[in-house]
Design a protein around this ligand. Structure first.
Ligand code: GCB
Length: 593
């Protein structure tokens, strides 16, 4: 889905702010048609934000089921034939939207946008009631999966298999936008490099348009190439490449009859070759983190202030990349990564698909990962649709160099291969231009792994020295080296990226003996991993876990959240932040980006 953008033919009316909000504790809102009138017992709720931490009530914080958002909106006057859309950049995890009494759109999947043409349901210049019922429940057929259960004292619980807290609500902006009836509805841009020139291929969808033209504008707005027709190729001489650390952006200005749509893009190539990850033909080494959209009070609500601050911290450290662990991030984040020259591994919301990690006395009931009653064919269809929606949203971002279609799924069984094989094919089908990977869990070491050959890269989350060999880094190092040797044998020629590694660390806790949980142990832990990485040319990336501490599901595994951050949750640096900065800034000097 295209990002909304202003142009000569398009206007945007942002609807962020304080909305009316009501909990649907009895689950009666749909039957009682709450959308048909003002919410009876509404209270204020900011959009965008997770609703969970904004109020002081546990009933709201812990709610499982529907919550309702509502506000009055003035419909703009429209020029002849113009269409009016409402667009939700995300509603976690599912939503139905009404304009007045009319249902206009439903969407499942908490981290991707959806929209509806509402022209025929509003009076230009008039006021209408906009209502959204948002459902935070996860099931075996959602991505990510989960299930609900009622305990013996009648409390409803949402169970899920990932550690980050199930924040929910309207996490990103809500907008109205206008555009002509005949309009650009999709643009796909791929690029290549030929000597000093950039080759730009484009494919425009604009149903009913009699005339489609494109202009390539440089960063100063000067035209550097032009083309005609909905599908074509243009050449940009003396092209400025999009490079890590230097996010040079061009704009493809598409005109389809009366509609003008500006699509930013970068000229760059991505390839995997001989155990190396090449950007513009040059080996690239990933320095950075797995992250979360997670902040005090707002939860997963997008916030430009926190976004820019996080990028400032990442740059200060010398990072050049991150993974959108474990779901698609806000469109603002992807735009910002483009312009700041950050390299992004773009991940789906397929996290917690590994029952080998749940169960046992500490983690609750045991389940089978793939079965007709749990993750099944229907889930696979939902997963594929989610991959295709993500690619449709993010395909034109030069920052995205690799799709990660799942985090730590079960991959040590034959049935897991049956589940993933078609999904890898679907990813290549939706985007033939980028490599595809998945993030491997420590339970699927090379001797057990069943799917590695399907993918272009090896991405490893490893916790030697933390969940395994805790407080024994020398043994962890020995076993990790043995495992890496196993990967080199199993997946020759594939670059290896470490996409997670790190110990929980309580900010401020120092320990002369570098014991677990101390800042000293975190430093010793990273030193061990980095010593190993530096010995293997096939290892092309270090993305530690996590950029910052983050909120988690309550339970005995965590004290006040996951503490593996290099920064605390309020972004105060731990001692490691300075230590890693020294390493990364030196690497940046040596590698030039
Ligand atoms: C993992 C998961 C990540 C967790 C992390 C941890 O392997 O991918 O979501 O937060 O471990 O800290 O346990």
């Amino acid at each position: 889905m295209l990002r909304i953008r202003r142009s000569a033919s398009r206007t945007i009316h942002n609807l962020d702010g304080i909305w009316d909000f009501q909990l649907d504790a009895a689950g009666a809102g749909l039957d009682d048609r709450w959308f048909a009138a003002a919410l009876a017992d509404a209270r204020p709720m900011p959009v965008p934000s997770s609703f969970n931490d904004v109020t002081v009530e546990s009933e709201i914080h812990d709610h499982v089921g529907h919550v309702w958002y509502q506000r009055d909106v003035i419909a703009p006057r429209l020029l002849d034939g113009e269409r009016l859309f409402v667009r939700f950049a995300a509603a976690t995890h599912a939503a139905t939207v009404w304009v007045g009494d009319v249902e206009v759109v439903s969407h499942i999947g908490g981290y991707l946008p959806f929209e509806a043409d509402i022209t025929d349901h509003v009076t230009p210049g008039g006021t209408f009631r906009l209502t959204a019922a948002v459902d935070n429940r996860l099931s075996w057929q959602t991505i990510p999966p989960g299930y609900t259960e009622t305990d013996e004292v009648g409390r409803l619980h949402q169970r899920y298999f990932h550690d980050f807290y199930n924040y929910a609500g309207l996490h990103r902006s809500v907008d109205l936008y206008t555009r002509p009836a005949v309009a650009v509805t999709d643009v796909t841009i791929t690029t290549d490099i030929d000597g000093t020139a950039g080759i730009v291929r484009y494919d425009v969808e604009a149903e009913g348009a009699s005339d489609v033209t494109v202009r390539v504008l440089d960063a100063d707005g000067a035209e550097v190439a032009a083309g005609e027709g909905a599908i074509g190729e243009v050449r940009v001489d003396d092209a400025q490449l999009w490079q890590p650390g230097r996010g040079y952006l061009y704009t493809l200005e598409v005109t389809a009859d009366d509609d003008v749509y500006p699509q930013p893009f970068g000229i760059r190539t991505v390839e995997v070759q001989d155990s190396q990850f090449l950007i513009n033909g040059e080996p690239f080494y990933f320095r950075g983190y797995g992250r979360h959209e997670d902040n005090l009070v707002r939860g997963k609500g997008h916030d430009d202030v926190m976004m820019v601050h996080d990028f400032e911290l990442m740059k200060w450290q010398g990072a050049n990349s991150f993974r959108t662990s474990h779901y698609p991030y806000a469109e603002e984040v992807m735009d910002y990564a483009d312009r700041e020259g950050f390299v992004v591994i773009d991940e789906t919301a397929a996290v917690g698909m590994n029952m080998g990690l749940s169960g046992g006395i500490f983690s609750g009931e045991a389940h089978t990962t793939f079965s007709p009653e749990t993750i099944n064919d229907e889930t696979q269809k939902v997963h594929e649709a989610h991959i295709r929606e993500l690619i449709a949203r993010d395909k034109n971002h030069p920052c995205v160099v690799l799709w990660s279609i799942a985090n730590e799924p079960e991959t040590n069984t034959d049935i897991s291969r049956e589940y993933f094989e078609p999904l890898v094919a679907a990813t290549h089908d939706a985007d033939p231009s980028r490599p595809v990977g998945y993030v491997n869990v420590m339970l699927s070491t090379p001797d057990k792994e069943k799917v590695a050959d399907l993918y272009d890269v090896v991405m490893l989350n490893r916790y030697y020295g933390w969940y395994w060999q805790n407080d024994n880094l020398p043994l962890g190092e020995k076993l990790m080296r043995e495992e890496i040797d196993g990967w080199l044998e199993l997946a020759p020629g594939k670059p290896i990226l470490f996409t997670e590694y790190g110990p929980d660390t309580l900010g401020g806790l120092r320990d002369l003996h570098s014991r677990p949980w101390s800042e000293d142990y975190q430093i010793a832990f990273f030193d061990m991993y980095h010593r190993v990485f530096d010995d293997y040319p096939e290892i092309v990336g270090e993305q530690m876990w996590n950029f910052a501490d983050f909120q988690t599901v309550p339970g005995i595994m965590r004290v006040g959240g996951n503490k593996k951050g290099m920064f605390e949750r309020d972004r105060a640096p731990k001692a490691t932040a300075y230590h890693i900065r020294n390493r990364w800034q030196a690497m940046r000097e040596a590698q030039g980006s």
